[in-house]
Design a protein around this ligand. Structure first.
Ligand SMILES: [Zn+2]
Length: 343
């Protein structure tokens, strides 16, 4: 299904399927359906009897292969998954090992891709390669891909998908037709989430920075429970037991990325409540956030925000999750300490 906010773009691209360049760069906000769009486009290009509007038929042999993930002319390149790593990791302590693994697309993956693209005869049709998220290619991988983009194999379309295209080498970017992926309007996003059975679409959407596919993930009961439990804790600035909280969230295996996101959006909301009397990400905590907004000094809050940004950069390979958590939570309560009254 083409997402409603992609329809115009779809018609535009499907309308010139014969004239597409050999590389596209789909860029735009995370969680808005870029990868889904890339997959649908690949499917449509490989389908043996596409509809008049350029959509895949869903019935031919090629569509069957696409649906089962076995089409020989479709190549998906993405960072190695945790599943693959878990299979090879030592049985003891594998959780920690998994966390330490960096999530990059490696030169080995790109080399394998290039050799299979040049080996596969193609079924007389097209070959489609999707690289996502493209910015996770390390320098060597990007350079290897660049060579292929400079001398592309015939009838092959590369689709790079990225929410941080500025992290790609300019040489790679310049070889692609850049397509800015549209965002849905708020109404479109809420309507779509309702259709997916989300009961509190407004809250999920705000949480997800208005990215509907991300919001859909955030609708999972496990996520919702953990978020509420965590925010209840940090809303209670009198409690001040960061070490116990760090221990608890680690025991419950709450993802560090989630926690960082909650803290960052919480701080954003504190600032926003102070400056504008409004919150963006946690509307269900509006009252509490408004009460807390005037406690921290602005400079302290900014410092803390900086600390969170730094932690965020290392989120895929934290050396010690517990230590990172403890430090961040200690700083939080330090930041939120009530100043003594002067006169
Ligand atoms: Zn088909």
């Amino acid at each position: 299904m083409i997402l409603p906010w992609h329809e115009t773009l779809w018609n535009d691209i499907a309308g010139r399927r014969e004239k597409l360049p050999h590389a596209l760069l789909l860029h735009g906000q995370r969680g808005t359906g870029k990868a889904a769009f890339a997959k649908l486009l690949a499917n449509a290009l490989l389908c043996e009897s596409p509809s008049f509007e350029g959509k895949a038929c869903g019935k031919c042999l090629a569509c069957g292969w696409m649906n089962s993930g076995t089409h020989p002319d479709f190549h998906l390149v993405q960072p190695e998954t945790d599943d693959a790593e878990a299979a090879t990791a030592e049985p003891a302590g594998d959780e920690k090992e998994k966390e330490k693994k960096q999530k990059h697309i490696t030169i080995l993956q790109v080399r394998e891709l290039i050799s299979s693209v040049s080996l596969s005869a193609g079924r007389g049709g097209m070959r489609v390669v999707v690289v996502r998220p493209a910015e996770t290619m390390n320098v060597n991988a990007a350079n290897a891909l660049l060579k292929t983009l400079e001398e592309p194999p015939p009838r092959t379309l590369f689709i790079l998908v990225s929410h941080q295209p500025q992290k790609l080498p300019p040489t790679v970017r310049s070889r692609c037709l850049k397509i800015a992926m549209p965002m849905p309007t708020r109404e479109q996003a809420i309507q779509w989430l309702k259709e997916q059975g989300v009961s509190e679409p407004e809250i999920c959407l705000a949480q997800a920075g208005f990215a509907p596919l991300l919001a859909l993930e955030l609708n999972e009961p496990e996520y919702r429970e953990k978020r509420l439990a965590f925010l209840d804790q940090i809303a209670d600035t009198q409690r001040n037991d960061p070490l116990a909280l760090a221990e608890r969230v680690e025991k419950e295996k709450t993802e560090l990325a989630w926690i960082l996101n909650w803290l960052q959006t919480w701080v954003y909301d504190l600032e926003s409540a102070r400056m504008a009397g409004a919150v963006r990400y946690h509307p269900d905590f509006f009252d509490k956030i408004s009460q807390l907004a005037n406690i921290p000094e602005v400079s302290k809050l900014l410092e803390y925000q900086h600390e969170l940004t730094k932690a965020r950069r290392a989120v895929n390979h934290p050396l010690n999750m517990r230590l990172v958590l403890e430090q961040l939570l200690l700083s939080y309560w330090q930041t939120m300490k009530r100043r003594p009254h002067h006169g």
